[in-house]
Design a protein around this ligand. Structure first.
Ligand code: NAP
Length: 240
Protein backbone atom coordinates (compact mmCIF):
# COMPACT_ATOMS: atom_id res chain seq x y z
CA UNK A 1 0.00 0.00 0.00
CA UNK A 2 1.25 3.50 -0.87
CA UNK A 3 2.59 5.18 2.26
CA UNK A 4 1.27 8.72 2.67
CA UNK A 5 2.94 11.74 4.24
CA UNK A 6 0.13 14.17 5.16
CA UNK A 7 1.23 17.72 6.01
CA UNK A 8 -1.28 19.26 8.37
CA UNK A 9 -2.02 21.76 11.06
CA UNK A 10 -5.57 22.54 9.93
CA UNK A 11 -9.03 21.16 10.69
CA UNK A 12 -9.27 19.83 7.13
CA UNK A 13 -5.96 17.97 7.52
CA UNK A 14 -7.20 16.38 10.73
CA UNK A 15 -10.31 15.12 8.90
CA UNK A 16 -8.05 13.52 6.27
CA UNK A 17 -5.74 12.08 8.95
CA UNK A 18 -8.73 10.29 10.52
CA UNK A 19 -9.15 8.36 7.24
CA UNK A 20 -5.50 7.24 6.97
CA UNK A 21 -4.07 3.87 8.02
CA UNK A 22 -1.33 2.71 10.38
CA UNK A 23 1.31 2.85 7.61
CA UNK A 24 0.74 6.56 6.99
CA UNK A 25 2.25 9.61 8.71
CA UNK A 26 0.57 12.86 9.76
CA UNK A 27 3.07 15.71 10.12
CA UNK A 28 2.66 18.82 12.27
CA UNK A 29 4.88 21.87 12.73
CA UNK A 30 4.43 21.60 16.51
CA UNK A 31 2.68 24.90 17.20
CA UNK A 32 -0.65 23.53 18.36
CA UNK A 33 -2.31 20.49 19.86
CA UNK A 34 -0.94 17.08 18.84
CA UNK A 35 -3.78 14.57 18.44
CA UNK A 36 -3.30 11.19 20.13
CA UNK A 37 -6.30 9.36 18.71
CA UNK A 38 -5.39 8.94 15.04
CA UNK A 39 -5.20 5.68 13.07
CA UNK A 40 -1.85 6.79 11.53
CA UNK A 41 1.44 7.80 13.13
CA UNK A 42 2.11 11.44 13.96
CA UNK A 43 5.43 13.25 13.64
CA UNK A 44 6.07 16.75 14.96
CA UNK A 45 8.54 19.45 13.88
CA UNK A 46 10.23 20.74 10.73
CA UNK A 47 12.07 18.54 8.25
CA UNK A 48 14.92 20.97 7.64
CA UNK A 49 13.71 22.56 4.40
CA UNK A 50 12.80 20.83 1.16
CA UNK A 51 16.07 18.85 1.14
CA UNK A 52 15.27 17.49 4.59
CA UNK A 53 11.76 16.58 3.49
CA UNK A 54 13.08 14.88 0.34
CA UNK A 55 15.43 12.81 2.54
CA UNK A 56 12.54 11.93 4.86
CA UNK A 57 10.40 10.84 1.88
CA UNK A 58 13.20 8.57 0.64
CA UNK A 59 14.14 7.17 4.09
CA UNK A 60 10.52 6.46 5.06
CA UNK A 61 9.61 5.13 1.59
CA UNK A 62 6.77 7.62 1.25
CA UNK A 63 4.80 7.12 -1.99
CA UNK A 64 2.51 10.18 -1.89
CA UNK A 65 2.73 13.61 -0.23
CA UNK A 66 -0.52 15.37 0.63
CA UNK A 67 -0.28 19.04 1.53
CA UNK A 68 -3.31 20.03 3.61
CA UNK A 69 -1.61 22.94 5.37
CA UNK A 70 -3.15 26.40 5.71
CA UNK A 71 -3.28 28.48 2.47
CA UNK A 72 -0.93 31.05 4.09
CA UNK A 73 1.67 28.45 5.14
CA UNK A 74 3.62 29.20 1.96
CA UNK A 75 7.01 27.81 2.94
CA UNK A 76 5.93 24.29 3.81
CA UNK A 77 3.73 24.13 0.68
CA UNK A 78 6.61 25.15 -1.59
CA UNK A 79 8.88 22.67 0.22
CA UNK A 80 6.32 19.89 -0.31
CA UNK A 81 6.15 20.42 -4.08
CA UNK A 82 9.94 20.66 -4.41
CA UNK A 83 10.72 17.73 -2.10
CA UNK A 84 8.18 15.44 -3.77
CA UNK A 85 9.54 16.33 -7.20
CA UNK A 86 13.11 15.69 -6.01
CA UNK A 87 12.12 12.35 -4.46
CA UNK A 88 10.09 11.33 -7.54
CA UNK A 89 6.72 10.94 -5.79
CA UNK A 90 3.45 12.78 -6.50
CA UNK A 91 2.31 15.74 -4.41
CA UNK A 92 -1.39 16.44 -3.94
CA UNK A 93 -2.65 19.61 -2.37
CA UNK A 94 -5.89 20.62 -0.70
CA UNK A 95 -6.67 24.29 -1.46
CA UNK A 96 -9.87 25.58 0.04
CA UNK A 97 -11.45 28.09 -2.37
CA UNK A 98 -10.88 31.66 -1.24
CA UNK A 99 -13.84 33.68 0.07
CA UNK A 100 -15.25 36.08 -2.51
CA UNK A 101 -16.59 39.57 -1.79
CA UNK A 102 -20.33 40.03 -2.37
CA UNK A 103 -22.08 43.07 -3.82
CA UNK A 104 -21.81 45.90 -1.31
CA UNK A 105 -18.80 44.43 0.53
CA UNK A 106 -15.91 46.83 1.16
CA UNK A 107 -12.75 44.69 0.98
CA UNK A 108 -9.40 46.45 0.99
CA UNK A 109 -6.73 44.09 -0.33
CA UNK A 110 -3.23 44.33 1.13
CA UNK A 111 0.04 42.42 0.77
CA UNK A 112 1.92 42.97 4.00
CA UNK A 113 2.28 44.76 7.32
CA UNK A 114 3.20 48.22 5.89
CA UNK A 115 0.14 48.26 3.66
CA UNK A 116 -1.94 47.02 6.57
CA UNK A 117 -0.82 49.91 8.78
CA UNK A 118 -1.81 52.41 6.08
CA UNK A 119 -5.16 50.74 5.43
CA UNK A 120 -6.01 50.85 9.16
CA UNK A 121 -5.09 54.52 9.67
CA UNK A 122 -8.73 55.83 9.51
CA UNK A 123 -10.04 53.30 12.06
CA UNK A 124 -10.13 53.09 15.86
CA UNK A 125 -11.15 49.57 16.87
CA UNK A 126 -9.69 46.98 14.45
CA UNK A 127 -10.32 43.29 15.07
CA UNK A 128 -7.24 41.32 13.95
CA UNK A 129 -7.85 37.71 12.93
CA UNK A 130 -4.46 37.06 11.30
CA UNK A 131 -2.89 34.77 13.86
CA UNK A 132 -0.07 35.83 16.15
CA UNK A 133 1.68 38.41 13.92
CA UNK A 134 0.00 41.50 15.48
CA UNK A 135 1.41 40.48 18.89
CA UNK A 136 4.87 41.55 17.71
CA UNK A 137 3.52 45.01 16.78
CA UNK A 138 1.73 45.90 20.02
CA UNK A 139 4.19 48.73 20.72
CA UNK A 140 3.34 50.34 17.37
CA UNK A 141 -0.36 50.97 18.02
CA UNK A 142 -1.22 54.54 16.91
CA UNK A 143 -2.59 56.77 19.70
CA UNK A 144 -6.12 56.84 18.25
CA UNK A 145 -6.44 53.03 18.06
CA UNK A 146 -7.33 50.21 20.43
CA UNK A 147 -6.65 46.76 19.00
CA UNK A 148 -8.51 43.51 19.47
CA UNK A 149 -6.25 40.62 18.52
CA UNK A 150 -7.81 37.18 18.26
CA UNK A 151 -5.33 34.33 17.89
CA UNK A 152 -4.51 30.92 19.36
CA UNK A 153 -1.84 32.28 21.70
CA UNK A 154 -2.53 33.53 25.20
CA UNK A 155 -1.01 36.95 25.85
CA UNK A 156 -1.58 39.61 28.49
CA UNK A 157 -3.79 42.54 27.54
CA UNK A 158 -2.07 45.90 27.33
CA UNK A 159 -3.48 49.41 27.86
CA UNK A 160 -4.01 49.64 24.13
CA UNK A 161 -4.89 46.10 23.15
CA UNK A 162 -7.08 43.21 24.22
CA UNK A 163 -5.83 39.74 23.26
CA UNK A 164 -8.52 37.11 22.80
CA UNK A 165 -7.10 33.57 22.80
CA UNK A 166 -9.64 31.53 20.87
CA UNK A 167 -9.85 28.72 18.35
CA UNK A 168 -12.59 28.49 15.68
CA UNK A 169 -15.16 27.59 14.59
CA UNK A 170 -16.89 30.87 15.46
CA UNK A 171 -20.67 31.24 15.34
CA UNK A 172 -22.65 34.10 13.84
CA UNK A 173 -24.22 34.85 17.24
CA UNK A 174 -20.83 34.87 18.95
CA UNK A 175 -19.33 37.18 16.32
CA UNK A 176 -22.33 39.53 16.47
CA UNK A 177 -21.92 39.80 20.23
CA UNK A 178 -18.14 40.41 19.98
CA UNK A 179 -18.47 43.13 17.32
CA UNK A 180 -21.19 44.93 19.30
CA UNK A 181 -19.49 44.66 22.69
CA UNK A 182 -16.08 45.75 21.42
CA UNK A 183 -17.33 48.41 18.97
CA UNK A 184 -15.30 46.84 16.15
CA UNK A 185 -15.05 49.27 13.21
CA UNK A 186 -12.86 47.23 10.81
CA UNK A 187 -11.91 43.55 10.43
CA UNK A 188 -8.43 42.38 9.45
CA UNK A 189 -8.39 38.91 7.94
CA UNK A 190 -6.55 36.35 5.89
CA UNK A 191 -8.60 34.88 3.06
CA UNK A 192 -8.65 31.43 4.65
CA UNK A 193 -11.81 30.16 2.95
CA UNK A 194 -14.03 27.49 4.51
CA UNK A 195 -16.88 27.97 6.95
CA UNK A 196 -15.16 27.77 10.36
CA UNK A 197 -14.11 31.43 10.51
CA UNK A 198 -16.43 32.94 7.90
CA UNK A 199 -19.03 34.38 10.30
CA UNK A 200 -16.93 37.53 10.92
CA UNK A 201 -17.35 38.43 7.23
CA UNK A 202 -21.12 38.05 7.52
CA UNK A 203 -21.20 40.30 10.58
CA UNK A 204 -18.96 42.88 8.84
CA UNK A 205 -21.50 42.78 5.98
CA UNK A 206 -24.45 43.25 8.35
CA UNK A 207 -22.76 46.18 10.08
CA UNK A 208 -21.39 47.62 6.77
CA UNK A 209 -17.83 47.48 8.05
CA UNK A 210 -14.76 47.31 5.80
CA UNK A 211 -12.56 44.22 5.76
CA UNK A 212 -8.81 44.62 5.29
CA UNK A 213 -7.90 41.36 3.58
CA UNK A 214 -4.36 39.97 3.29
CA UNK A 215 -3.91 38.48 -0.18
CA UNK A 216 -3.11 34.77 -0.43
CA UNK A 217 0.52 33.92 -1.22
CA UNK A 218 1.14 32.37 -4.62
CA UNK A 219 2.37 28.78 -4.55
CA UNK A 220 3.99 26.38 -7.01
CA UNK A 221 1.60 23.96 -8.74
CA UNK A 222 1.20 20.47 -7.28
CA UNK A 223 0.45 17.31 -9.28
CA UNK A 224 -3.21 17.34 -8.26
CA UNK A 225 -5.22 20.04 -6.52
CA UNK A 226 -8.46 19.49 -4.61
CA UNK A 227 -10.95 22.02 -3.28
CA UNK A 228 -12.55 19.89 -0.58
CA UNK A 229 -11.67 17.10 1.82
CA UNK A 230 -14.40 14.90 0.29
CA UNK A 231 -12.97 15.31 -3.21
CA UNK A 232 -9.46 14.45 -1.98
CA UNK A 233 -10.63 11.41 0.00
CA UNK A 234 -12.54 10.10 -3.03
CA UNK A 235 -9.37 10.30 -5.14
CA UNK A 236 -7.40 8.63 -2.36
CA UNK A 237 -9.79 5.70 -2.05
CA UNK A 238 -9.70 5.19 -5.81
CA UNK A 239 -5.90 5.26 -5.89
CA UNK A 240 -5.29 2.79 -3.03
P1 NAP B 1 5.32 27.98 7.00
O1 NAP B 1 5.80 29.37 7.21
O2 NAP B 1 4.89 27.57 5.65
O3 NAP B 1 6.39 26.91 7.51
C1 NAP B 1 7.52 27.26 8.28
C2 NAP B 1 8.28 25.99 8.61
O4 NAP B 1 7.59 25.23 9.60
C3 NAP B 1 8.43 25.04 7.43
O5 NAP B 1 9.48 25.43 6.58
C4 NAP B 1 8.65 23.74 8.14
O6 NAP B 1 9.97 23.66 8.66
C5 NAP B 1 7.74 23.85 9.34
N1 NAP B 1 6.40 23.28 9.09
C6 NAP B 1 5.26 23.93 8.75
N2 NAP B 1 4.24 23.09 8.64
C7 NAP B 1 4.73 21.85 8.92
C8 NAP B 1 4.15 20.56 8.99
N3 NAP B 1 2.83 20.35 8.76
N4 NAP B 1 4.96 19.51 9.31
C9 NAP B 1 6.28 19.71 9.57
N5 NAP B 1 6.89 20.93 9.52
C10 NAP B 1 6.11 21.98 9.21
O7 NAP B 1 4.10 27.67 8.01
P2 NAP B 1 3.36 28.62 9.08
O8 NAP B 1 2.58 29.64 8.34
O9 NAP B 1 4.33 29.01 10.13
O10 NAP B 1 2.34 27.55 9.67
C11 NAP B 1 2.82 26.52 10.50
C12 NAP B 1 1.74 25.47 10.62
O11 NAP B 1 0.55 26.05 11.15
C13 NAP B 1 1.39 24.84 9.29
O12 NAP B 1 1.43 23.45 9.45
C14 NAP B 1 0.00 25.36 8.97
O13 NAP B 1 -0.82 24.37 8.35
C15 NAP B 1 -0.56 25.74 10.34
N6 NAP B 1 -1.42 26.92 10.26
C16 NAP B 1 -0.94 28.06 9.69
C17 NAP B 1 -1.77 29.18 9.59
C18 NAP B 1 -1.28 30.44 8.94
O14 NAP B 1 -2.07 31.41 8.86
N7 NAP B 1 -0.07 30.51 8.43
C19 NAP B 1 -3.08 29.12 10.07
C20 NAP B 1 -3.54 27.92 10.64
C21 NAP B 1 -2.70 26.84 10.73
P3 NAP B 1 11.16 22.94 7.86
O15 NAP B 1 11.52 23.85 6.72
O16 NAP B 1 12.22 22.77 8.88
O17 NAP B 1 10.62 21.64 7.35
Amino acid sequence: MTKILLLGGTGDALRIARQLTSVDVYSLAGLGKVPDDLPCSVRVGGFGGSEGMARYIADEEIGLVIDATHPYAAQISANAVNAARHAGVPCWVLRRPAWQPRAGDDWRMIDGWDELTMALAPFRRPLFTLGREPLSHLDEIPPHQFWLVRCLDSHEDTERARIIAARGPFTLEGERALFALQHVDVVVSKNSGGSATEAKLEVARERRLPVVMLRRPSLPAADREFESVAELLDALHLSR
